[in-house]
Design a protein around this ligand. Structure first.
Ligand SMILES: NC(=O)c1ccc[n+]([C@@H]2O[C@H](COP(=O)([O-])OP(=O)(O)OC[C@H]3O[C@@H](n4cnc5c(N)ncnc54)[C@H](O)[C@@H]3O)[C@@H](O)[C@H]2O)c1
Length: 419
């Protein structure tokens, strides 16, 4: 196993020399798993994710209803959006434990494409051996390309992270969200059922909860009132996923991520923007009076939750993946100042349409079904992210793109403001 020093975001990996075996004992898997039998003789270092499940499998929390034994054998995983923030981190983790990845990403210019290209380069350079990282640059809605990938590479596990992300830009241009998120997800589920995929895991979002008034957002809540096209597109994916499970018994889990941040994070999101702006001494925008609160989840916790879900072939489930605790905007900015070591120059702006004032995950279901529990406290996550920014980002040339393109506003503003 490689020790990757470039990525402080990765969870500590458990190194094991155990011969891995293909475990097909999933209690409710409804698809034949014979296709993996030939692969079970390969030896791989297993991840902390599967190993750690045994820690909790004896606990009372795991009932007969919820226990789906993790598949612990080798996998070839199709990671869509693998050039992006979460997808590249998941791919890196899968590779580090011995799985192979097939990545499809169109590398769109929603934010600086150099970031996405360097994520792919990092994976390819870390795992140069034939067949470890197969990369296709293209649109997941391209039928010919996708059919060819399923035919040629035959991935039996799908981690579908590709999407147009971002709430505010979805109000300006809803159609690209309908295309990538709804059409793209449908296309992948269609092919997954056609080619006998074992498990289909896709990214939903906490934004489906809209303006929920609950203290902890639970998967049992009604989420029929999305407040942005982005949120509506994710809810639509959840509905279509149920349909594919119902019609074809495709094993599908949808993951509602709660604001993910950390090293290699998205430059259009507040954690990166704030650290970037405070570091450069550039004015930053604070929406609202600072009392809004969010559940911020550190990238290694999300990767852990995603991999746990890939390993467990649930028939159809939705899971919150969050920290389970909110942080106010005021406190957040205070921590950024503390760990960057500079004072923020703040411009207070009105609340934005589509934004929700509060998010907080109920993570009990993810704990019960997956053994998921977030480990990184918010202050530690911000400390690590600020440190990563200092050592890797501050020195780099930043490619600037206009706000109209949906690119990182902080970077656009950085150029305008002459920094
Ligand atoms: N980051 C968060 O806080 C967060 C929160 C909730 C949900 N999510 C979801 O998690 C997933 C990953 O998010 P991220 O933060 O890594 O975003 P990201 O933008 O960094 O990654 C998404 C990747 O998908 C690619 N992509 C988009 N449309 C595509 C298409 N049609 N064909 C091929 N590739 C395409 C993009 O080029 C990008 O590299 C997304 O589905 C997002 O909606 C993220």
């Amino acid at each position: 196993m490689k020790n990757l020093n470039h990525s402080p975001s990765m969870p500590v990996l458990v190194s094991s020399d155990d011969e891995s075996t293909c475990n097909h004992s999933s209690s409710d898997a409804s698809i034949s798993h014979d296709s993996n039998t030939n692969e079970s003789t390969q030896s791989f270092h297993r991840s902390g994710s599967s190993v750690m499940f045994s820690d909790i499998s004896n606990s009372k929390a795991v009932t007969e209803r919820t226990a789906v034994a993790p598949h612990v054998g080798y996998k070839k995983v199709l990671v869509t959006g693998g050039a992006g923030f979460i997808g590249s981190n998941v791919a890196e983790y899968l590779l580090s434990r011995g799985d192979d990845v097939v990545i499809v990403d169109e590398i769109n210019d929603y934010y600086d494409v150099n970031i996405k290209e360097s994520n792919i380069k990092l994976l390819q350079e870390s795992y140069p051996e034939e067949g470890r990282v197969t990369f296709y640059r293209g649109d997941i809605c391209d039928e010919e390309l996708m059919e060819n990938i399923f035919k040629t590479d035959q991935p039996k596990w799908v981690c579908h992270m590709a999407a147009r992300a971002g709430v505010r830009p979805s109000i300006q241009d809803p159609f690209v969200y309908i295309h990538s998120n709804i059409k793209g997800t449908t296309q992948l589920m269609e092919l997954s059922h056609k080619y006998g995929v074992e498990n289909f895991v896709f990214a939903s979002s906490s934004s489906v909860y809209g303006g929920s008034k609950s203290t902890f957002f639970s998967e049992e809540e009604n989420v029929d009132n999305p407040v942005s096209p982005y949120a509506a597109s994710k809810k639509a994916c959840e509905l279509l996923a149920y349909t594919y499970h119902h019609l074809y018994q495709l094993n599908i889990s949808g993951l509602r991520f709660f604001t993910v941040y950390g090293p290699r994070g998205r430059p259009d999101m507040a954690p990166f923007k704030f650290i970037d702006r405070v570091s450069r001494g550039v004015e930053m925008q604070q929406y609202g009076d600072g009392s809004s609160s969010r559940d911020y989840t550190y990238i290694s916790d999300i990767v852990d939750g995603v991999v746990r879900t890939i390993d467990r072939r649930h028939k159809y489930e939705l899971f919150n993946l969050g920290k389970g605790e909110g942080t106010s905007l005021k406190k957040f900015i205070g921590l950024v100042q503390k760990h960057v070591g500079k004072k923020a120059i703040i411009k207070v702006m009105p609340d934005q349409p589509g934004d929700v004032p509060y998010t907080c995950a109920d993570v009990n279901k993810a704990y019960e079904y997956l053994g998921y529990k977030s480990k990184i406290p918010f202050e530690e996550g911000i400390r690590r992210t600020a440190e990563w920014y200092k050592t890797t980002y501050e020195k780099k040339e930043v490619q600037v793109c206009s706000e109209g393109q949906g690119c990182a506003p902080s970077m656009a503003a950085t150029l305008v403001e002459g920094n």
